[in-house]
Structures are given as C-alpha cells and as structure tokens.
Write a protein that binds this ligand. Sequence first.
Ligand SMILES: *[C@@H]1O[C@H](CO)[C@@H](O)[C@H](O)[C@H]1NC(C)=O
Ligand SMILES: *[C@@H]1O[C@H](CO)[C@@H](O)[C@H](O)[C@H]1NC(C)=O
Length: 455
Amino acid sequence: MRSIIWAVGRALLVGLAAALPAPHPAPAPSPTASFSFNPIAGLTKGIEDQIASIASQLASTQPTKTPDSIPDAVSTLQDIFGPKPTGIITIGLKFLTSGLQVDGLDGTTLDSPPVPGNINSFNNTNPAPPTAVFPQANPADPPFTKSEDELRSAIFIPDTFQGMGNDTVKPILLVPGTGTFGGVTYQGNMIKILQENPSIGQAVWLNVPGAMLDDVQTNAEFIAYAMNYIASLTGTQVSVVGWSQGNLAAQWALKYWTSARTSTKQLVAFSPDFRGTIIADAFDLPLLDAIPVPPAVLQQQSTSNLIRTLRATGEGGDSAFVPTTTLYSAVFDEVVQPQEGTIASAFLRDDRGAGVSNNEIQSVCPGTPAGDFATHESMLFNGLATALALDALQSGGVADPGRLDLAAVCAELAHPALDVADVAETEGTIPLAALNALEFRPGVTAEPAIRAYAL
Ligand SMILES: *[C@@H]1O[C@H](CO)[C@@H](O)[C@H](O)[C@H]1NC(C)=O
Ligand SMILES: *[C@@H]1O[C@H](CO)[C@@H](O)[C@H](O)[C@H]1NC(C)=O
C-alpha cells in the first residue's frame, strides 16, 4: 500500500517539478484568498511585487486555530499534505493558518536579522582556540574565502555549555538546513532533548549568515571551521548533527577539509540530501528561469555540478567520511526526493569502511506512529528518528536499531521530552525557510562555479 501511495505521490511531485519553470499568465489572485492562493497562476503583475506579496503573507499570516496536542498537530499536517504535498510556499501558508509556526519571527529572518545574544545570532563573541585552525588546521586543507572572524562569530555557544577545555563533555555541533538558522531549527527538538540528557552531549550550533541560502561551498566553510574550532576548544572530537542541506554541506566540508575528519567523531543526518533533490525548485513559483534564486537552491538540484562534484569517484562523497547515521522519511518528504530505500538521496555508501547506518523510518517500524507519515522537518522530533540519533550519539559510532526498544520508540510521534509547542515550532521552519528564500539577495540564474580546490 505504501509503495502505491508513494508511486502516485512521486509521479505527482515529478509532474509538479516539471511544470514549474513555465510562467502562466493568469488573473491576479484575490487578496483575501491567501489559503487557496495559486502562486503559479498569479504572475501578471511585476514578479518583484508578487514575491513581496507572498513574502508578506508568509511573514504575517495569523493562525485561525492552534493544535492542542501532538497527534492533533500531526493529523493537521496530514490533512495539509493530502494525497500529495505541493510546494513549500503553498503548504507553508497552510501551516501558518493551522498554528504550525515559529513563535515570533524577530531574529529569524534575513529582513529582521538576529541581534547579538539571540540564539540565531551570527555575531557571537567566541574565544580564540588553543590551537590555530585558521587559515588552515592542516596543510592539505583548502583556503577559506571567509575571514576567521566571520567563521567564528557564526558559532553559538550557550551559557550552559560546559565543554570549554573540559573533555569530559561531549560537544555536539548542530547544523541547520536551507533557509534557517541553527537556533530556530533546533530549539523545538535536539536542543531541548539534549538539555534533558546532558550526559549524551551538550549542543552548540551554527547560525550561518544568509541562513544557508548562499553558496553551499561557503556554508561548508562555516561547518569545516566549526568542526576544527569546537574540537580545539574542548580538546575532544565533535559530533555533528545536521538537518537537510546541513548534511550535504557537512559532507562537502569532510571531503575537502581532511583536518575536519580528524576533528569529527560522527555525523547524524536528519533528512539529508546527499544526492540533491528532484524538487529543489518546488517553491511552487516559476522562480527558476524567471528570476534569480538563492545559490543553494540551484545547487541542490540532483543534476547540479555541486552534487556531481561531491559524489565523483576518488574521495567519493556518496560514501561516509566519518561514522554516519542517516535518518529519512520515504513518505512524505516534501523537499527531498527520491527519499526511499537505497535510491534515497539520504542513503550513503560505506566504501571507506567509516561506518554507516541508513535508516528509512518506514522500513524500521512500518505502520507505527513513528514509522509512518513524517515530513522533511518532522523527522527532527519523530520518536524513532530522535531515538536513533541519541543512540548514535551515545555510542559514538553509528545507530543500531537493534539496541532500541522499538515497540516503545515507534509508538512515539515525538520524543517524550517535547510538547505540542515544540512540534509547532519545528514545523514552522518550513514557512520560515520559504520566507527567507524569498528575502535572500542577491539571487543567481546559474550555479556558482565549483571552487578551484575541488576541480
Ligand atoms: C553582524 O555581522 C555581520 C558580518 O557577518 C555585519 O555585517 C553586521 O553588521 C553585524 N550585525 C550586528 C548587529 O552586529
Ligand atoms: C566538566 O563537565 C562536567 C559535565 O560533564 C561538569 O560536571 C564539570 O563540572 C566540568 N568541569 C569543569 C572544570 O568545568
């Protein structure tokens, strides 16, 4: 049954992606009909006006109801997705009216950037590391294009972090995905879960200027620097947890910064797109070909030069560089596709014997609350995905579903440390990412060049 739903869903998604580039002249949308607003059909005014209008809806749409429990939130999501998810602008607007939103956008968007001290700040004051990690931690490392000040300021270290020069603390670096900062991405999931389980590890996170919408190669510089910086600061290897592009960019960092492989204990990858996605253009706007888009959007198309370069044989990025756990939802990731079985964009090989555990939640616990419907972002709170992530972090290697009480964790829609507000906050990263993608400047009409070190 699942594979039938999946096949139909995928056909519709491919059709949607194929239908996107052509602008269709059509009547202007009714200003009151934001719920049924069809951005593809709306392109009669200036495109910039259209973008501004959609951005303003994403920034100001108020909920008409709020979910009263986690099951209610998840069933609302299922209703919004219906038989097929549309692009993230259309579903994002529905998230907002349904109360699946970030509580207050100040400091989370590119147009209202975080002030220093905010959990999303990329202007943080962090101490110099005991050992130099810039301009290179290792003579084989490629050059950075960003200054050490910019790279170091993007790391947010909460006051509660005890790992400075204290190698009994296990440091965990949280890396966000396209369109979001680390604080807002993880506050309703891994930050809170780890606060309840500090012996598993203590979190720091990245807030990359541009919210990961800029060149993925630049995003990777922030990650490579942070891996080496946190390892130096704490005196122990850092565990890296990523969401979505955060994993693709981390894999790029690990491929080219060999020093970072030494600094990194493991990668735990929620909804990664190591193969890009066939729906990177699923903004349900004729953005591609019509207007410039954020570089990271073009680079995450499955056919991009970036993806091809990452995966090229030799030091192939289709294989793990450090022990890696992948966590993915075949039904229904509205951003990364394909996301099923061994053809999943999330799926990594293990040609170098680093250690890999690939986990499609629907295969680990089919037909259970945690092993059924899960979106790209709900993987961050999903009971099974979070239990596997904690298992990997606790072991220091890769996750092993055999170590879990599957009957218990698969019965949990969300990790028990989380409440319905956390779930709503986590879902709210989707309309937020759509808003930031619309606010990002300057866009590009062609993928940025592959950097010389990777040619
Ligand atoms: C934050 O840092 C950026 C450079 O990364 C700088 O342009 C900006 O002015 C800074 N903002 C604040 C509020 O300090
Ligand atoms: C090191 O971290 C541990 C927690 O893992 C804490 O109990 C201890 O007080 C810390 N030591 C120092 C010197 O900060």
